[in-house]
Design a protein around this ligand. Sequence first.
Ligand SMILES: Nc1nc2c(ncn2[C@@H]2O[C@H](COP(=O)(O)OP(=O)(O)OP(=O)(O)O)[C@@H](O)[C@H]2O)c(=O)[nH]1
Ligand SMILES: [Mg+2]
Length: 281
Amino acid sequence: MIVVGLGRAGCNIARAFSKFPQYETYGIDTTEDADITIRKKESHEEYDTHFPILKRKLKFKEADVLIVVAGSGKISGGILRLLEQLKTNTLSVLYIEGDLSIMSEVQKKQEKIVINVLQEYARSGILKKIILVSNSMLERTIGDMAILGYYDTLNQAIVNTLHMINVFEHSDPVIGNFIQPADICRITTLGVVDIEGADEKENWFYDLTEARDVVYYYGINEHELQNDGTLFRKINGFVKSKIDDTLNVSYGVFKTTYDQKYCYCIKYSSMVQSYKELLDD
Ligand SMILES: Nc1nc2c(ncn2[C@@H]2O[C@H](COP(=O)(O)OP(=O)(O)OP(=O)(O)O)[C@@H](O)[C@H]2O)c(=O)[nH]1
Ligand SMILES: [Mg+2]
């Protein structure tokens, strides 16, 4: 898979993907150290009207491309121009929502424009999916973090989760009941379940509403798969407890070589997500 990051958050996250051999990564930013340096513009609008042609640098087609962007930055104004140049590929977006409580009005406006238009692109099928991640929700799931390395910690959590889900999606489960999410459910988020904890708490990276499908991916090592007699009952009980009239719940159990067991999850909705904070202006 190809990962293209736009702006600082996008480039940092693309770089975090590059530790895995499965990804070819590119970062586009105005800084010298970006893989592709573009000229700095004064505003969100200017990035939209004067976004450079990068076809010679991004010359793949018919590839699976994940574009990573945070909507509050000015450079995200160029996102539609970038998508246009990549349209011969299968496109998904990993969208980073910054901390709304500390944003300026201009940044909030940019955030709102980008998140809305990208969700509409997903609904109309231009994007295969959009994965929404809120920095402040993610921060809460991680707990206390040092200031230095703050973004690194967030980025590792995002990248590791998405990578493991990608790996599991391309592997055969030991056991499971995978239900293909409805094709119209292209607005998604990721999460992790604390399966070692007593209450098996779900920690979602975005507060996705009106979800129609949810998939739990369990990564368990061979020893436990062979010897833990309670595991299947536990997983089954957990999955069943999530089912209701409006939600399809499926799961897969996968063999890993890690000591610890993991449960990653992904939730799908067909509805454009909006928030109070962004609505009342
Ligand atoms: N998760 C995550 N968020 C980040 C990271 N870097 C910045 N952000 C957040 O992303 C949002 C946009 O900030 P930047 O990425 O610095 O902006 P930009 O995309 O470079 O856009 P410009 O305004 O043109 O510089 C802010 O809310 C930041 O808090 C990162 O490495 N990881
Ligand atoms: Mg920047």
